[in-house]
Design a protein around this ligand. Structure first.
Ligand code: OGA
Ligand code: NI
Length: 262
């Protein structure tokens, strides 16, 4: 997967640009920074975003160059999905819920990937690859090359998550925080750039389908005791739109979905 991603970004601009779009609703697109339509400052990143569930609905939109792109990406997406489904069962059990309960709240399920390309940056202290943010989806499985750049915010400071060969980084996203009613917290993270090495990272964003109704799991709520619902229920499309409308911000949009706001 890393090899085809590298090959994709090494192609001439004339080939890459065929996929360019600033329309955040497009299901396959190459873009730059985060949301060039809504942000004041640009980030030092190009990215190719792909929807990949169900694969057959999207594969014909994916780049056909490099030649192995579709086949490799489809196999990768299928394998990562299998891993995510196992993780969701374990997470459900860790919350004291039936194995299939988190998976059952996701409607038809959704899966997106980003191929992030961070070129060497002549003045890395003036920008980010991606500024601090929380992922809006449920759970993110990140594959990264051997160049450091990812940082997570923990105990009041930014901590580098250096790559370990043949490992994934698994991050919780906003929907896990909602579904678990704050038992799992969406992680604040960012990517920094450096002046001498390009970096590639490939997150898989696993999410509810756009029509899924998401809210805290019923079994985790007890209004009489000390565990009232922290969030209201909403349709995932509403959340996802809010996320892309705003420039990427440290304050996640989760606060807009608090139960007290209804
Ligand atoms: C992202 C992200 C981190 C990285 O794409 O949402 O947080 O290391 N990427 O590139
Ligand atoms: Ni992220």
């Amino acid at each position: 997967m890393m090899t085809v991603a590298r090959e994709f970004f090494r192609q001439p601009e004339s080939e890459r640009v065929k996929h360019y779009s600033a329309d955040t609703k497009k299901t396959t697109r190459l873009s730059t920074s985060f949301n060039v339509g809504s942000e004041k400052f640009s980030n030092w990143r190009d990215f190719l975003r792909l929807h990949c569930l169900p694969i057959e609905d999207f594969i014909s939109e994916w780049p056909s160059s490099p030649v192995s792109f579709r086949e490799v990406t489809a196999e990768y997406a299928t394998s990562v999905r299998a891993l995510v489904l196992v993780l969701l069962e374990a997470i459900s059990e860790s919350l004291g819920l039936a194995k299939d309960s988190v998976s059952n709240t996701l409607g038809k399920h959704g899966q997106h990937m980003a191929l992030n390309y961070y070129p060497p940056c002549p003045q890395p202290d003036l920008t980010f690859g991606l500024p601090g943010h929380k992922d809006p989806n449920l759970i993110t499985v990140l594959l990264q090359d051997e160049v450091s750049g990812l940082q997570v915010f923990k105990d009041g400071k930014w901590i580098a998550v250096h790559p370990v060969p043949n490992t994934f980084i698994v991050n919780m996203g906003d929907q896990m925080q909602v579904i678990s009613n704050d038992k799992y917290k969406s992680v604040l993270h960012r990517a920094v750039v450096n002046s001498d090495k390009e970096r590639i990272s490939i997150p898989t964003f696993y999410c509810p389908s756009l029509d899924a109704v998401v809210g805290p799991q019923q079994e985790l709520i007890n209004e009489e005791e000390e565990s009232p619902a922290v969030y209201r229920s909403f349709i995932y499309a509403e959340y996802y739109e809010k996320f892309w409308d705003r420039a990427l911000a440290t304050e996640s949009c989760i606060d807009l979905f608090k139960a007290s706001k209804t």
